[in-house]
Write a protein that binds this ligand. Structure first.
Ligand code: NDP
Length: 337
């Protein structure tokens, strides 16, 4: 592994750096505040691969003309439980934030409600899409499709995006449970990060040019063919996300994400669906006790831990001590402000 020189930044310094890069790339004030906050949350809680390291990609998406830096999303309530959004070719998170209050109200009224969003870009971690709903007392499930990069089990050609999903639910007396995961064995940004840091991945995560599974990040970046997690089971989840993300929302299918080529863009456009459920409307008054019981069975069970709780540990550490950022990345970002 290559030795990396780093500098510690406070979360406020991360926020200011992110904001200045986004504004320099042409993003408007409210949008840049929102995306800067997502960068801060990623650096604070993890995954750091979706924090500051994503800023050059955000900036390029605006300067190339691929994404709209001043998007005005629009919404249509097309069924009692379905709110359909058009992100105006901007970032999904901006549309989702604008839709959140209505989605929460719809879920409380109907028991379950969905927000779908097309004409949108999504570069971040999905956990920040579901967490606010769980903080409002709801159970949430989010999916987004992306750019074809994941091969179906046994396939030789990518069909699915790294298609992440996130789940969140309230937990009595504590922060909500929130997890999110890509459909690939490893997220693309982690492969890029391993290549930049000069080390192999912990296990084979994609195909090398000879068609064999490989842990070498450079070989995988050459084929852009990642393996699904859990073999055919992960490929089936990626399929589900392609349907619930792209097909339900009317977003671009991962295999059709070619528009970006014209802009030389590094990010992707897909479709997203966010489902919110109000547990108080499902008829089990003991919902919270069930969640507590499931968690109790995991706590102290060997080395097992509640999925997603790693973020709470990271959060506490970075709020106290800031985050360490590679000086090479910092100098790249200084050039973009
Ligand atoms: P990881 O495999 O690193 O983690 C998956 C989930 O498992 C996290 O919630 C993590 O939370 C949790 N976890 C990790 N280790 C354990 C453990 N030992 N026990 C219990 N839970 C554990 O994530 P991925 O590499 O799959 O994805 C990385 C990120 O990339 C995600 O945030 C995803 O949303 C994002 N992504 C975004 C895409 C996009 O198009 N926008 C595309 C693909 C990925 P924690 O460690 O905090 O506990």
């Amino acid at each position: 592994m290559t030795d990396i020189s780093t500098k510690t930044l406070s979360l406020q310094e991360v926020r200011e750096l992110a904001k200045s890069v986004l504004v320099a790339a042409g993003m408007d004030d409210p949008g840049s505040d929102m995306i800067a906050e997502i960068v801060v949350k990623s650096e604070r809680d993890g995954p750091r691969s979706h924090g500051l390291r994503m800023l050059p990609v955000y900036a390029q998406s605006f300067t190339s003309g691929y994404a709209n830096p001043a998007a005005h999303p629009t919404f249509e309530r097309i069924a009692p439980g379905v709110l359909r959004g058009d992100a105006d070719n901007g970032y999904y998170q901006i549309a989702a934030a604008a839709a959140r209050d209505e989605l929460i109200a719809m879920a409380r009224e109907n028991g379950i409600a969905a927000f779908t969003c097309a004409n949108s870009h999504h570069l971040g971690a999905l956990r920040f899409d579901t967490e606010p709903l769980a903080e409002a007392g709801l159970v949430a499930l989010a999916v987004v499709n992306s750019l074809s990069m994941v091969v179906p089990q046994g396939g030789v050609r990518p069909v699915f995006g790294t298609n992440p999903m996130s789940f969140a639910c309230p937990r009595d007396g504590m922060e909500p449970i929130v997890w999110d995961q890509a459909s690939s064995t490893v997220a693309l940004m982690d492969i890029r990060m391993a290549a930049a840091e000069g080390h192999d991945l912990p296990r084979p995560a994609g195909l090398a040019p000879d068609g064999e599974p490989s842990a070498d990040p450079n070989a995988i970046l050459e084929t852009r063919s990642l393996l699904p997690f859990g073999e055919h089971k992960g490929a089936a989840i990626a399929f589900l996300i392609e349907v619930m993300g792209a097909a339900l929302a009317g977003g671009t299918l991962s295999v059709d994400n070619a528009e970006r080529e014209a802009h030389g863009a590094l990010n992707v456009k897909g479709g997203a669906t966010l489902i919110a459920m109000d547990p108080t409307r499902f008829g089990n008054a003991g919902f919270n006790d069930y969640v507590t019981r499931i968690c109790a069975e995991i706590d102290g069970n060997g080395t097992a831990r509640i999925p997603g709780d790693g973020r709470l540990k990271n959060r506490a550490a970075s709020q106290d001590g800031g985050v360490s950022v590679s000086t090479e990345l910092l100098s790249q970002l200084q050039d973009l402000r």
